[in-house]
Design a binder for this molecule. Structure first.
Ligand SMILES: [Zn+2]
Length: 235
C-alpha cells in the first residue's frame, strides 16, 4: 500500500516508500506541532503487541524490534514538530477482529501516551495534530482517537470564557480547556467486519474535536440517524 496514496493526503505522500515494512495494509502519517520543544523518544514506535513480528524495512533503525511505526527522521531535529508513520502490525484479516491492538491508530496513540508519561507536559504543549490514513478508523480506533484528543485538551492551559451580560449583571463562566486544532483525513472507507466505520463513530470523532475530511465515496452509507449530525468535508 505504501507509496500508492491519494495525492491529496500530503502527509502520507511524504512517508518514504522504503520506510514502511512490506505487507502493511493500513498506514497513517501524523504531524504534531507543539508550542515548545518536543521531548525526543525513541525513533521506533514500539508495537503495542510485542508478540507480533513485522518484518522490518531497510530504513528501520531497530530491525529486531517489533515496530508499529517510525518517527520521521527528517523531523527529528525540528524541535517543535513530530512526524510519525504508523502501520497495522497484524495480518490483514485481523483488521476485522474486535479490538484494535494491531491497528495503526493504536500504535500512534500508545506511543504518544508513553511520551507524555515520560515527559509530563508534552500533551499540554501540543498546538495542533493532523493525521492522514489510507483507511477510515474503525469504531474501536475512533474511541482511541477521541480519548487521545480529550487527554490533550485536558492537559492544555484553560482559557477564560468570555464574560456575558445577563439581566444587567456580568456572568463569569468557569475557564475551560482550549480546543486543539485536529484534522483527520482518510482515503478509503473501512467497511465490513464488526467494527466497520459508521456514522456514530464519525459523530463521536467530530464531537471530540476532530475535523473530518475524505473523498465523497469513502463514507458510510446512508440511513443512519447520526449522519445528519456530522460534517465530513471533501478532500
Ligand atoms: Zn481500528
Amino acid at each position: 500500500m505504501a507509496g500508492r496514496f491519494d495525492s491529496r493526503l500530503t502527509l502520507l505522500q511524504a512517508v518514504p516508500r522504503g520506510s514502511v515494512p512490506a505487507g502493511r495494509v493500513v498506514v497513517l502519517a501524523a504531524r504534531i506541532m507543539a508550542s515548545c520543544a518536543i521531548p525526543r523518544g525513541s525513533l521506533v514506535v514500539p508495537a503495542v503487541d510485542e508478540s507480533v513480528r513485522v518484518r522490518a524495512s531497510a530504513a528501520n533503525p531497530a530491525p529486531d524490534a517489533a515496530s508499529g511505526g517510525l518517527v520521521r527522521a527528517g523531523t527529528h531535529d525540528q524541535s517543535n514538530v513530530l512526524e510519525l508513520a504508523c502501520w497495522n502490525i497484524g495480518e490483514p484479516q485481523s483488521l476485522n477482529f474486535t479490538g484494535n491492538r494491531t491497528h495503526a491508530e493504536r500504535q500512534m496513540v500508545e506511543y504518544l501516551k508513553a511520551m507524555e508519561a515520560a515527559a509530563p507536559g508534552f500533551f499540554g504543549s501540543i498546538v495542533s495534530i493532523e493525521i492522514d490514513i489510507n483507511r477510515s478508523p474503525c469504531t474501536a480506533c475512533a474511541d482511541s482517537l477521541c480519548g487521545l484528543l480529550n487527554r490533550i485538551r485536558a492537559a492544555r492551559p484553560a482559557v477564560a470564557a468570555p464574560v456575558r451580560m445577563m439581566g444587567g449583571r456580568k456572568v463569569f463562566s468557569s475557564p475551560s480547556a482550549a480546543p486543539v486544532p485536529a484534522t483527520l483525513r482518510w482515503q478509503a472507507l473501512h467497511a465490513g467486519g464488526p467494527q466497520a466505520t459508521n456514522w456514530a463513530a464519525l459523530l463521536e470523532l467530530s464531537r471530540a474535536g476532530w475535523r473530518l475530511l475524505s473523498p465523497a465515496d469513502a463514507r458510510p452509507g446512508p440511513g443512519s440517524v447520526h449522519q445528519g449530525l456530522v460534517t465530513v468535508g471533501n478532500l
